[in-house]
Design a protein around this ligand. Structure first.
Ligand code: DX5
Ligand code: ZN
Length: 215
């Protein structure tokens, strides 16, 4: 059964606490952190993670769409992140490796994400250090986009890479997840699904999470 990670990017920040309570049947909370440089959008950062950490017991799944992630990965862990996933495209190989090691040295889960145009094979040099592979099924930066069908092959490739390493690495998919694409992603080997607009627009959010899980 896939795990569901609602993205609070789609929440109403005027009533974030209430919105979080409405999705606490999920498996974790997904935080789309954007710096306006790596992606053409600016979202939220450390203060939000700190407040949410104190508010809910759900695991915090932080997705850094930022440049030079090595400078901030430990600060997100200090504020309560359980999984820190950043983009392969965001820094040079030696600093990508160093940032992964920093996260793992703190006993947290380390992940790498690839944009739609980046081949999964680019993750191979880091595979032994990964607890999470995040496949972007939309161009990072905005919620509410449509699922890019070419993503299914990438999910299969990520699944094969994770299985080859054999450390139980998650395959997470982010962007355009709904009841239809959720099943396709699960069949392709995904184990975690990020859903923003599909969950927060639902009349009954708990029921939508249940449907996305494919119970
Ligand atoms: C893109 C974001 C979105 C978001 C999910 O950078 O990462 O993928 O979390 O948005 P929805 O579920 O609305 O496509
Ligand atoms: Zn995300």
């Amino acid at each position: 059964m896939v795990k569901i990670a609602p993205s609070i990017l789609a929440a109403d920040f005027v009533k974030l606490g209430e919105d979080i309570r409405s999705i606490e049947s999920a498996d974790m909370l997904h935080f789309d952190v954007m710096d306006g440089v790596f992606v053409p959008n600016l979202s939220f950062g450390l203060p939000v993670i700190k407040c949410v950490r104190a508010f809910t017991k759900l695991p915090l799944d932080v997705h850094l769409m930022i440049t030079r992630p090595i400078s901030l990965v430990e600060k997100f862990i200090d504020k309560g992140a359980d999984t820190v996933t950043f983009h392969l495209e965001a820094d040079e190989p030696e600093r990508v490796l160093e940032a992964l090691k920093l996260i793992r040295a703190r006993g947290k889960k380390a992940g790498l994400s690839v944009k739609p145009a980046t081949p999964v094979s680019m993750l191979e040099p880091y595979a032994d250090l990964l607890d999470n592979i995040l496949i972007m099924s939309v161009e990072p930066g905005f919620g509410g986009q449509s699922f890019m069908d070419g993503s299914l092959r990438k999910i299969e490739e990520a699944r094969a890479l994770a299985d080859a390493v054999g450390r139980g690495c998650e395959v997470e998919v982010d962007g355009g997840i709904n009841r239809l694409t959720a099943r396709a992603c699960e069949s392709a080997g995904a184990t975690v699904l990020v859903a923003g607009s599909d969950v927060f627009k639902a009349a009954d959010r708990a029921a939508e999470i249940w449907e996305l899980r494919g119970n």
